[in-house]
Design a protein around this ligand. Sequence first.
Ligand code: ADP
Ligand code: MG
Length: 449
Amino acid sequence: MHQKIWQNCLSLLEKRVSKATYQTWFLPLEAHSMSENELQIKVKNQFTADWIQEHYQIILHQIISQVFGKNLKIKYIFSEDDNSPLTVPPMIEDSLFPEDFPENSDEFALSLNKKYTFSNFVVGSCNEFAYTASLKVAEFLTETNYNPLFIYGSSGLGKTHLLQAIGNYAASSPLPLKICFISSESFTNRFIDSIKNKTITDFNKYFRNVDLLLIDDIHFITKKERTQEEFFHTFNDLYNSGKQIVMTSDRAPIEIKDVDERLITRFQSGLVIDIQQPDLETRIAILKKKSEFYHLYMTDDIFLFLSNNFTSNVRELEGIITRLSAFHSLSGISLSLSLCKEILKDMIPKKSEVYSIEKIQTIVSNFFGLSEKQMIEKGRTNSIVVPRMIAMYLCREMSKETLTTIGLKFGGRDHSTVFNACDRIILLSSHDTELTDKLTHLRHLIEIS
Ligand code: ADP
Ligand code: MG
């Protein structure tokens, strides 16, 4: 089974990295075995494992968690004898370093991810201003008055996406532009390394010679005084020579603590824009766009349900589409509203209502055409036992009563009987889709009654 799921991971990876990266690093990987909390991946040798870990660990881990639906540790095992000679694949990520960069400039490892573009960014009232300003900056580099452009907002709302889109747009320009996309954390680390390795001149030369500086999550620069000082000088040099700077942050400049006031003043001197949480229409548009990407067909009632229940950020919306798509491609089953609810059950914020045991018993017994008496009495035929276990399970989930109280209200049964019934339903529903559908339907009936 894990082999089949692994194929799904691979097809998601294929969409996230360049073709060359995919073919060189990911295609040869094999899912070897899987335990409760660990996935063993077969790689050629230690070198390959190290490389993947260093460059792609986050994305690999993210996709594995999404597709397998749980947090799995990755363990590499080697197919090649570790003493065999190493074959080093070529460096294939598109380097953004111009040719005349110092030899060791690779150490900065600056790169853009081609998947973030203006055309796949969904625009709504929450982000329209940020989108328009970013596009203007990308189109008219060095000619806008939006310098620096400072975009801020909560996590998962598309700041990095826009920053990357500016870089990708500029990179496709026929002009030989030097573009630098970097997080402020990386900037800081590189700076510290350059002090340690006595390469500060190269560091300065590099950063003060770019045409477009894109700094992600600038708020991480807080409290690092020497980095701030360095950044201040870089900033001034670029600004004075008319080079464009774009920054993102999770808060407005004024709210960034422990940063030199001179820097804050600089951050505010251009255009400061915020991105808000997406409204209902934008959430639906984003869900539609993401599901198109996965060739996932869903009806409007599903889109409405998803956008009503997942409201906080776009990253979350992406996560649910990935999960639904993984389910669909593995099972081949078309997605209905009730199935989506079941698949996403553990992700949907729980409603706070509590329902009485009596009400649940009535609804479940009506549903199965039984009397409430039959539900409680000692009958042992399957047609009564299963509905009774379902009723106990739903009472446990929706009444918030203890096992003992539930047992008492089911004809004075012991708490362990209720416990076993719940366990049995969980087990059965893991492979019986008809049962899962019934549970979803019953929950719905209880909620609306
Ligand atoms: P932030 O940097 O604000 O934390 P990201 O830019 O990393 O958020 O966005 C999180 C994910 O959501 C990314 O995969 C991004 O492509 C996607 N995303 C965010 N906003 C949009 C949007 N308006 N349209 C399409 N995708 C979006
Ligand atoms: Mg970001």
